[in-house]
Write a protein that binds this ligand. Structure first.
Ligand code: SP5
Ligand code: ZN
Length: 409
């Protein structure tokens, strides 16, 4: 499988407040190092290293995509707030910007509080965040744009693989000779920071820019260039398999009738205020039924998880998307400090991956063409097991069984 990585994603290192303590954030650069060292032991995977350059053509396109999908004031905040706080003497260069007060619903205050960011620097940090796990350090912005760029490149590459005869990377309806169910056009984007918790104007849950939003926008722009007269909008599905509900992704597409969002996540767990099965899309609109939440009690067994996955995949098969994004988190691992279902090995991840792939094979047959898929890395915090869990998923996706003696590599 083609795997995309950018060394700049390791530049972001910050703190969080968790359990009343200030600690180094669980979402650390070591996560990517662990995944890369596991992958490098396997010749079956090809890692392409990208160095994001904001001044290149694709860099300019990415920045344009960010400001057209995310609140421009928020994007500006992410880029400049750290230097600003250092200049104002609020923090030292090695420290992180962390908020201390958030906007809150009230009956009596000014009704338009969300329209203008407050003047006070600390208040503004809270205006653009919803929790205290999303510090902004000196090099956070560089990692954030590199991460978003991997999502955009992932879409371009998946389309190119699905349409090998077309050099323009266009979205096509033609059946490609190599796009058989056994060689599925999939790219893994090693995004870091992750993206699914932030909406388009607030950081939270280690997320700053919503990488799925960037991927969808990239796909739509490509479609517009290659098929300007096409009258049907492309159908996009997002399958969110992180332990936590992807509140930001849900929010971004809740009123979008062309994007199906499906999530399996811990019930009553972080981010606490979203993720209920009742959130199915706004009633009486074309987006009704385009959101499927499948919450499961924490610690649910793998069998329970797979039953929920089967419901998710039935919906996915009926929808038959033109693009699939998988928001993939490994915090479903049973030892994860921030989550945990009954996933105990790489093979367990492989089982899930092969079920998703099976579904894509059926969609392929139904449509007569393959579905480009981009896997976006989200969470997963057990560093010692992250590499083998990622490899297990990829093996399952590609129809290889992980050999028992390879476990732990
Ligand atoms: C991308 C991602 O996975 N973000 C998750 C951020 C979670 N942050 C707060 C978690 C609070 C967990 N509370 C303890 C749960 C122990 N089972
Ligand atoms: Zn998570």
């Amino acid at each position: 499988m083609l795997i995309l990585h950018d060394p700049a994603t390791l530049k972001h290192a910050t703190i969080e407040i968790l359990g009343s303590k200030v600690i180094p954030a669980h979402e650390s650069p070591d996560r990517i190092s662990a995944i890369l060292s596991a992958i490098h032991q396997k010749p079956t995977h090809h890692v392409r290293t990208i160095n994001f350059d904001p001044f290149s053509d694709s860099g300019i396109t990415l920045l344009n995509t960010l400001s057209s999908t995310h609140d421009p004031g928020y994007v500006e905040h992410l880029q400049h707030v750290h230097a600003k706080w250092v200049a104002e003497g609020l923090i030292k260069p090695d420290d992180s910007v962390l908020p201390e007060c958030f906007p809150f619903p009230n009956l009596s205050g000014k009704k338009s509080w969300w329209e203008h960011p407050p003047k006070d620097s600390f208040a503004r940090a809270g205006f653009y965040a919803f929790d205290m796990s999303t510090g902004i350090a000196a090099e956070t912005w560089e990692a954030v744009v590199a991460s978003a760029n991997l999502a955009a490149e992932g879409v371009r590459e998946a389309i190119a693989i699905a349409s090998p005869n077309r050099e323009d990377h266009s979205v096509t309806n033609e059946t490609s000779p190599s796009a058989t169910p056994t060689s599925h056009p999939t790219v893994l984007a090693l995004c870091r920071p992750p993206g699914h918790h932030c909406d388009t104007r607030r950081a939270g849950g280690y997320c700053y820019i919503n990488n799925a939003v960037v991927a969808v926008e990239t796909f739509r722009r490509l479609q517009q260039v290659t098929k300007p007269h096409h009258d049907t909008a492309p159908r996009i599905a997002i399958l969110d398999l992180d332990f936590h509900h992807g509140n930001g992704t849900q929010e971004a597409f809740y009123s979008d009738p062309h994007v199906l969002y499906i999530s399996i996540h811990g019930q009553d767990e972080y981010p606490y205020y979203t993720g209920s099965a009742e959130e199915t899309g706004p009633e009486g609109t074309p987006s009704a039924g385009m959101n499927l939440n499948l919450p499961l009690p924490s610690r649910s067994s793998l069998d329970t998880y797979i039953s929920a996955l089967e419901i998710a995949l039935q919906r996915l098969e009926v929808f038959a998307p033109d693009l699939l994004l998988v928001s993939l988190g490994f915090d479903t691992f049973h030892l994860d400090p921030l989550g945990g279902f009954g996933f105990e090995s790489g093979e367990d991840y492989g089982r899930v991956a092969s079920l998703v792939r099976g579904c894509l094979g059926r969609v392929h047959e139904k449509k007569g063409r393959s579905v480009p898929s981009v896997i976006l890395l989200e969470g997963g915090y057990v560093l010692e097991r992250l590499g083998e869990n990622v490899l297990g998923f990829l093996d399952g996706w590609e129809g290889r069984k992980q050999l028992a003696q390879q476990k732990g590599q």
